[in-house]
Design a protein around this ligand. Structure first.
Ligand code: MIG
Length: 657
């Protein structure tokens, strides 16, 4: 590793990139491949809605790259919130380099050599891990820009219950506000805001509201006046309030780098909590601005003077130009929100979703990858992009199911749900002006399949909770590339259209239109198709049929999956029977349970069980026993399959309430 200060505001770092090293991780980049090698990638928070192959900077910046080479992989973490451009051997000469635009210092962490899981473990020790999310946030979330009024929201909620399609959350996009003023609601379109949320609550729906950073410049608006008087907004080098246009028109932008601003912003969320809102969605926090869609030309290789960096921000070392720290804006906003909710609602797990982020965001928020389109291409991209996000320390991630822009259509929605039930963050969202894409939008046949997929997600929730628990302890993400579990398998290492969801489920979705078959590489071992049928022997490719209603997954022989009975919302999950499903003649599995709401698990209030299945018997051993079990009975299992390739009808051991 070599570095130099090439100009007063430019650092250059260079490193060898051995021919056999794949470049994975590095946060968020628009790519149909997991391996980011052969291109350069800019990290500078940008709201670019054109997710095309030629795009570069996106919303998030996570400068952690893994040079993946089996057991001898290396991790590089260049800690600086300035603009970074990583050239991953664009010139094909086995060299990588980073150009960092900053006057300030930076830190480089080199991890390894070690297998990929070890690197992610170490990186997540440096930058932090996600706490357990509230259970409700792992259920199905339905969103739309925008459900325009109370009536439409109540209608959507009623449809879910009437059609028995599980759902936990309705998301309110910007139109719930009064003229796009954050911390308000529209008296015209949502006159009974609190009542409405209460009514939804009685039907087991939670409400998430969007909160953007831009505060409308309006002397009659309390939040603006408060912020202005207290000096909480960013100011120009000349000391004037910085104003740009966003949804509310002219707006000011809080300087979230300052602790007192974060405290103020956090406290403002009392408005939402008093109205019964359960979680907060931070959007536009790059920050996106209508008058400055692109804030720095791509080919600039020096920072402009502070006076031409839009505004200044306060750091521990004094005021600096915004561009020096831009990549921390969204991170700090979500931090303020998270800390605010944690203070206002002690011992309740906050749920925050953010678009912009920096390394370590997992401590404060889940992420989605912004404005994708209703294209199969973007369904395809979601797999490598979410895997790279996962490797970058962020386990709780997803993309808009059905696609955000453009009209979704039946086949795309089906295939997107089939893959999406394995996104840790599971939300259907659609932009203004495009065709509705709720699970029932395309008629009864599509609805039936979507219901089946969403039900499968709900059945998987105990497994998903166990995976978040695993992340909390080891940093392991839920979505894992093939190399995670098979570091020695060179074929597996090259695949990015299939992935592991936890250790025991291999997901191989259909990612193209007009296909009902695909090739799946099953690594060594025996694999049980989710939709039944003969177990398949691994170590080779299989051509498999995946019908429109099939869950595109394979379970590892030797696994025990805890699967819940279907519920319509996670509010009913604690009472739902769990069936421990054993795959193979001898199997193991773990099961984690706690209240799904509080931080009491940090004080030992949880149970963790290890299950073993052998010679027809299931045994459970408590690895940790911290709470009394409430109501639910289990301890019983079903053996799906036995012996290598021989298919046997399932043996039901029992499963009851
Ligand atoms: O300029 O709030 O990515 O999910 O629906 C668009 C409206 C602003 C962008 C987000 C999208 C959201 C939309 N927002």
């Amino acid at each position: 590793m070599k570095w130099k200060r090439a100009a007063p505001t430019r650092w250059e770092l260079g490193f060898d990139l051995p021919r056999d090293a794949q470049c994975i991780g590095l946060g968020e980049h628009c790519s149909s491949r997991l391996n980011l090698r052969g291109r350069s990638w800019t990290m500078f928070a940008t709201d670019d809605p054109n997710h095309l192959e030629s795009m570069d900077a996106m919303y998030k910046s996570i400068p952690f790259l893994i040079l993946s080479r089996g057991r001898k992989s290396i991790g590089l973490f260049l800690d600086s919130p300035g603009r970074q451009k990583w050239n991953l051997d664009e010139e094909l000469c086995e060299r990588g380099s980073v150009e960092l635009l900053s006057r300030r210092g930076w830190r480089l962490f080199i991890l390894g050599p070690a297998p990929v899981p070890k690197l992610v473990e170490a990186f997540s020790e440096l930058t932090g891990r996600a706490a357990l999310p509230p259970l409700w946030s792992l259920g199905h979330q339905q969103s739309r820009w925008s459900y325009p009024n109370e009536k439409s929201v109540m209608k959507i909620a009623a449809e879910f219950r009437r059609r028995k399609i599980p759902c936990d959350t309705i998301v309110l996009d910007i139109d719930y506000m009064d003229g796009y003023r954050v911390f308000t609601h529209s008296k015209k379109h949502f006159p009974r805001f609190r009542k409405m949320i209460g009514e939804l609550g009685r039907r087991n729906f939670r409400v998430v509201t969007i909160v953007d950073p831009g505060v409308k410049q309006d002397p009659k608006y309390r939040v603006f006046e408060e912020g202005r008087k207290a000096g909480h907004f960013c100011t120009t080098a000349k000391g004037r309030l910085f104003i740009d246009r966003v949804w509310p028109g002219k707006a000011a932008f809080p300087d979230f780098l300052r602790p007192e601003v974060r405290t103020w912003w956090g406290e403002k969320h009392a408005f939402y909590l008093q109205n019964g809102v359960a979680g907060i969605w931070n959007d536009m926090n790059e920050p996106a601005m209508f008058d400055h869609m692109k804030v720095l030309p791509r080919n600039t290789n020096q920072l402009p003077p502070d006076s031409r960096q839009l505004f200044l921000q306060q750091t521990a070392e004094g005021r600096v130009g915004h561009f020096e720290v831009r990549n921390l804006y969204g991170f700090s906003m979500s931090r303020a929100t998270h800390e605010g909710l944690a203070r206002l609602r002690p011992n309740q797990r906050p749920f925050i979703l953010t678009r912009s982020a920096y390394a370590g965001i997992q401590r404060y928020a889940a992420v989605w990858l912004g404005d994708n389109m209703s294209w199969f291409e973007h369904l395809r991209n979601s797999v490598p992009m979410l895997l790279n996000m996962s490797l970058s320390g962020v386990p709780f991630c997803g993309v808009d199911i059905g696609g955000f822009g453009a009209d979704c259509y039946p086949e795309l929605l089906l295939r997107w749900y089939a893959a999406g039930i394995f996104y840790p963050f599971f939300r259907n969202h659609c932009a203004m002006g495009w065709r509705s894409q709720e699970p029932w939008a395309f008629g009864p046949r599509v609805e039936r399949h979507c219901r089946n997929f969403i039900e499968t997600r709900y059945r998987l929730l105990p497994y998903i909770q166990s995976l978040f628990w695993e992340h909390h302890r080891t940093g392991a993400p839920l979505m894992r590339p093939m190399v995670w579990h098979f570091p020695e398998d060179e074929i597996a290492a090259r695949l990015d259209d299939q992935f592991f969801f936890g250790r025991d489920i291999l997901v191989a979705p259909i990612l193209e239109r007009a296909r009902t078959q695909r090739n799946v590489y099953l690594p060594r071992g025996v694999w049980h198709p989710w939709s039944g049928g003969k177990p398949l022997v691994g170590g080779k490719f299989h051509t498999v049929e995946i019908g429109h209603g099939d869950v595109p997954a394979f379970v590892r022989d030797g696994a025990i999956l805890p699967l819940a009975d279907v519920v319509q919302s996670t509010a009913d999950l604690p009472r739902a029977p769990v069936t421990f499903t054993c795959f193979g003649s001898s199997a193991r599995g773990v099961y984690f349970e706690d209240d799904g709401r509080s931080f009491d698990y940090e004080h030992g209030q949880y149970n963790e069980w290890q299950f073993a299945y052998q010679r027809g018997r299931l045994t459970a051993r408590a690895l940790h026993h911290g709470v009394e079990r409430s109501g639910r009975k289990w301890g019983l299992a079903r053996s799906g399959f036995k012996e290598r390739v021989r298919y046997l009808p399932p043996t039901i051991f029992s499963s009851s309430k």
